[in-house]
Write a protein that binds this ligand. Structure first.
Ligand code: NI
Length: 218
């Protein structure tokens, strides 16, 4: 016999309660796993822009060997720069604003140091090897500083150098195939005469701030 209408399930009843456990576990796995992957990703890319510009980043492995081509078409490696302080910036000659600003700042900081500044070599490493030929680099770097070194290379060589410095870059399409820009991190890396990374400078640091930091080291 029946007891009237069939039993209606409770709204949001037993089924939902049974699913809560597994769903909660799944959610935890997604959140924790995703967080872990995100942490690994961000760890592998540039230091946080929020980090203090004066902070030493010795605990992070930044910088390392590279093989590139200079503005005169010569193959150079990181070892060729031993004995010199370097202000290394990754950018590209078609950059509309950020690169020129940072490269001007680096050059001005060196000039503020006068004779001492001669121990410091400003370097631009292109992250746009398709367009930045050695000739293009030569025309560009001399606009900023007479001693600025412009390095480019094959896409593979550039990728390897950028990876050593944990530099992020990515093409963003333009209106035409050749009008793309390259989004990139915009830190300047101070490298000592032994080829060791010392610290980075953010784009906001002034020429005077960079010079003041360099002065006692030189
Ligand atoms: Ni740029």
């Amino acid at each position: 016999m029946t007891n009237g209408a069939p039993q209606q399930p409770q709204p949001g009843g037993g089924r939902a309660r049974r699913l809560n456990g597994p769903l909660l576990a799944l959610a935890i796995v997604i959140v924790v796993g995703g967080g872990f992957l995100a942490a690994r990703y961000f760890w592998g890319v540039p230091p946080s822009p929020a980090a203090d510009a004066g902070a030493r980043q010795g605990e992070l492995s930044i910088g390392g060997p590279f093989t590139l081509v200079d503005q005169d078409g010569r193959m150079v490696t990181d070892a060729d720069f031993r004995g010199r302080w370097l202000l290394v910036y990754f950018g590209f000659t078609y950059c509309p604003d950020i690169c020129p600003t940072s490269l001007t700042r680096n050059s001005d900081a060196i000039d503020l140091l006068g004779k001492q500044g001669e121990k410091v070599t400003p370097v631009l490493i292109s992250i746009d090897p398709e367009r930045d030929t050695p000739q293009k680099m030569k025309e560009y770097v001399r606009f900023f500083h007479p001693r600025m070194v412009g390095l480019t290379g094959t896409p593979e060589q550039i990728a390897a150098a950028a990876k050593e410095y944990r530099v992020f870059y990515m093409k963003a399409p333009g209106d035409q195939p050749d009008t793309y820009v390259v989004d990139h991190s915009s830190l300047t890396y101070l490298v000592d005469p032994n080829g060791k990374f010392v610290q980075f400078f953010r784009g906001e640091a002034t020429p005077q701030e960079v010079a003041d930091r360099l002065k006692p080291l030189l």
